[in-house]
Design a protein around this ligand. Structure first.
Ligand code: 1GP
Length: 238
């Protein structure tokens, strides 16, 4: 339980964490060594690997290559059960609690359970909360679920609370990869006030200002994918 322990103790000390999201579907294996040079020089503390539509076995290849070039913890952030590999250090075992598609609430987890029990991965149960940001994102399309309205802060708060009461160890507020607008700072701060467990925020964070606003509103960890995919020097600006 060392990954979770470290996230939790960082949150307690208000030390902010940053995860870089690598989507195996958008990453060439032979670019990983040079990506890792940038990552290792950056303020990133974790690497997430995953995506909504990744071909089978691609995830494992990417994780093996990342492991050669970085010592940051590598955590699976899977969009489906073909993205499991014990070459990573841990997995966010996501339940899409904003939605009402049983497959993404519990169905895929039943399929994954025997595989995960054979693996040495640290499993971190995570309540995954998708929030509407103005355009349809891949999570919405692939999971066939409705995001929560960003106007309905009570529903977002109560969803996060229910996740915590169900025993989830993290809550992840997600605007969706490439979101036009990140999760609003008021939503982050209202949720954070009512949670005991660490809060992750991601989707559409593209600048130092976005990052700092997410942190100052209460995100314990921020996830950035697209901004780094589009500009490998992005983290030098942070
Ligand atoms: C997506 O929250 C992550 O699941 C990161 O989103 O690609 O917009 O940074 P971006």
């Amino acid at each position: 339980s060392s990954i979770y322990h470290n996230i939790k103790s960082a949150a307690k000390r208000r030390k902010k964490l940053l995860a870089i999201l690598i989507d195996p579907d958008k990453t060439e294996i032979n670019s990983i060594a040079s990506l890792c040079v940038k990552i290792n020089q950056s303020i990133a503390t974790h690497i997430f690997v995953g995506g909504s539509e990744v071909e089978e076995f691609e995830t494992e290849k990417v994780v093996i290559e990342l492991k050669k070039h970085t010592r940051l913890p590598i955590i699976l952030f899977p969009g489906g059960i073909t993205q499991l590999t014990d070459k990573a250090d841990g997995i966010l075992f996501l339940s899409l609690i904003s939605g009402r598609n049983p497959e993404y609430l519990i169905g895929k987890h039943v399929e994954a359970a025997p595989k995960l029990l054979r693996m040495q991965l640290e499993v971190i149960p995570t309540g995954y909360v998708l929030i509407e940001n103005g355009k349809q994102t891949a999570v919405e399309r692939v999971s066939k679920t409705q995001p929560l309205s960003r106007e309905n802060i009570d529903a977002i708060i109560n969803t996060a609370r229910a996740g915590e009461l169900l025993g989830m160890k993290l809550i992840y507020l997600e605007a969706g990869s490439g979101a036009t607008h990140p999760v609003d700072y008021k939503i982050i701060s209202e949720v954070k006030k009512r949670l005991q467990i660490p809060l992750i925020v991601g989707g559409g964070i593209r600048s130092k200002e976005d990052l700092e606003l997410a942190y100052s509103s209460g995100a314990d960890m921020v996830v950035i994918g697209t901004a780094f995919e589009e500009n490998e020097n992005f983290f030098e600006e942070l």
